[in-house]
Write a new protein. Structure first.
Length: 300
């Protein structure tokens, strides 16, 4: 492992995994015995989705990798899928955390977190699943590409696009409905980080193949259903009432998660009001709500 440190509480580490190293951000105390969580980002995101949560939890050490195929881990090879991510996350925890931790997973990160808890139970104390982790609500019989289009839409299309300048890419995100009222320097830094290549052919850092394989795994892979069937730690799902484009049709419809909670005794559900799928972690109000749940999990 190699590690670099900045002037404030943020630093980065490189953790050896299959095929190379996983780029990992760390916020908070440098003491390895400090309260620690693992934060796992979504399907087209990076570890730069977590600064709001870090600001809301200054006393907590937050370990947040760029998942395989994303951010500065985007050169790591396939296969992708939840089992591969769980293996990578377990390697990060083995290197950086002395004992089992609370794991916070946003969107696809929630699915990877569940599989991590199933395959490496000694690494996970409890789960906070942020608008993710439970099977997607999509019609039966859709192809993988149809599932990608149905669930992710423009978020997936972006990955195949090129942008002539950083300002054009920033402008693309500024017009995004999810951030129309929540743009901030932290969102700007997230967008700036999410680019590779050189002008005039800049590309988003997430590899389309990684997104496609992972979305297919969420749709028809066996690892998630096994992890849910064998759920052995306390888990809480935080639901955003609005979707990826800030639309009223959320990722999970009202009542859907409650039905899962009735099946799984260790699963609880709470709604975070007035947030969308992005701002539940990338906005002050959403991050504050997640932070409250994390503190409860750390104290239990």
């Amino acid at each position: 492992m190699t590690q670099t440190t900045s002037q404030d509480t943020y630093r980065t580490a490189e953790v050896a995994v299959r095929g190379g190293t996983l780029h990992t951000g760390i916020w908070g105390p440098t003491d390895p015995d400090a309260p620690t969580i693992l934060a796992v980002h979504g399907v087209t995101a990076s570890h730069k989705a977590w600064p709001y949560l870090a600001a809301a939890l200054p006393e907590v050490r937050i370990i947040a990798p760029d998942l395989r195929g994303r951010g500065r881990s985007n050169s790591l090879p396939a296969p992708y899928g939840m089992t591969s991510h769980a293996e990578d996350l377990a390697a990060v925890l083995a290197e950086l955390a002395p004992g089992p931790v609370v794991v916070v997973g946003h969107s696809m990160g929630g699915f990877a977190s569940l599989v991590l808890a199933n395959l490496f139970p000694e690494r996970v104390r409890s789960l906070v699943l942020v608008d993710g982790g439970l099977p997607l609500q999509v019609p039966e019989g859709l192809s993988d590409e149809e599932v990608i289009s149905s669930v992710l839409g423009a978020a997936a299309e972006r990955l195949n696009a090129t942008f002539p300048s950083r300002e054009v890419y920033r402008s693309f995100w500024r017009q995004h409905p999810a951030f129309s009222e929540d743009w901030s320097p932290l969102v700007d830094a997230y967008v700036e980080y999410d680019l590779t290549g050189e002008e005039p052919e800049l590309r988003p850092a997430t590899r389309y193949q990684a997104m496609a394989e992972d979305t297919a795994d969420l749709h028809r892979g066996a690892s998630l259903l096994k992890a849910l069937d064998e759920l052995a730690v306390e888990a809480e799902v935080l639901r955003a009432p609005r979707g990826l484009l800030n639309e009223p049709a959320a990722l999970y419809s009202p009542g859907y998660l409650d039905a899962w909670a009735e099946k799984l005794p260790s699963l609880r559900v709470r709604e975070v009001p007035e947030v969308n799928h992005y701002t539940i972690v990338m906005g002050e109000a959403g991050a504050a709500a997640v932070a409250r749940r994390v503190r409860e999990a750390l104290e239990s």
